[in-house]
Write a protein that binds this ligand. Structure first.
Ligand SMILES: [Mg+2]
Length: 219
């Protein structure tokens, strides 16, 4: 039924969280702080608060990236260079390529099926390509749809229009697999593409899976 599968990357094939935790740990260690779950929670509360402030239009995106480290270390009476800390964080994230459970297994299974696999991710082109390459999954995909190169991010209709034009098939022959309700599921649905939600929430998607191997029952 489906001839093309669009795969989201972060939280779908790549485990962003493990990479993010390691990156935060690197930043803490640069100031001699040992990572604990309390410190991690403290940082995450600050980080989350800043992203919420962005949604309210109170702060610029770029400012968050440095402010979060300034604010965190300030709680510990430390004045740091937020830009330098963000650089440490970014380097680590760029090098992170932990896979979600069964990622290789399902890609290997799908490789032998009559479907074309495509990555469909938001992010910086060079970063996402490097992470896929390092994780050993880049070659499974015939197409890479990466927002920076396309000029639009999921769920923007232009992102999906670009991908549809490239593969040149009817939207009904495509399945979008992803964990984000707002970008993957809503975006694909709007483009007339069936959706497979990978996660634990109640979502209005064509399919819902709790682990990647369940895709075998769909494709
Ligand atoms: Mg994702």
């Amino acid at each position: 039924m489906y001839t093309h599968l669009f795969f989201d990357l972060d939280h779908t094939l790549l485990d962003f969280e493990s990479g993010e935790h390691l990156a935060i740990q690197k930043v803490f260690e640069s100031e001699g702080l040992v990572m604990t779950s309390d410190l991690l929670n403290q940082y995450q509360t600050i980080n989350k608060g800043l992203w919420q402030a962005l949604e309210r239009g109170e702060i610029e995106r770029d400012a968050i990236l440095t402010q979060r480290f300034n604010d965190f270390f300030q709680l510990h009476q430390m004045a740091v260079d937020g830009t330098a800390k963000e650089q440490i964080f970014r380097n680590e994230i760029n090098n992170s390529h932990h896979l979600m459970p069964h990622a290789i297994e399902i890609l290997e299974y799908l490789k032998h099926k009559p479907v074309t696999l495509c990555s469909a991710t938001n992010g910086v082109y060079a970063t996402q390509m490097k992470r896929m390459k390092d994780a050993g999954i880049d070659d499974y995909f015939s197409y890479h749809f990466i927002s920076e190169e396309i000029g639009y991010s999921k769920p923007h209709p232009e992102f999906f229009a670009h991908a549809l034009a490239a593969v040149d098939v009817e939207p009904s022959r495509i399945l979008m697999i992803g964990d984000s309700i707002t970008s993957d599921i809503a975006g694909a649905r709007q483009a007339g593409i069936d959706t497979c939600y990978f996660g634990e929430q109640e979502v209005d998607a064509t399919y819902t899976i709790h682990q990647l191997l369940e895709l075998k029952h769909i494709v």
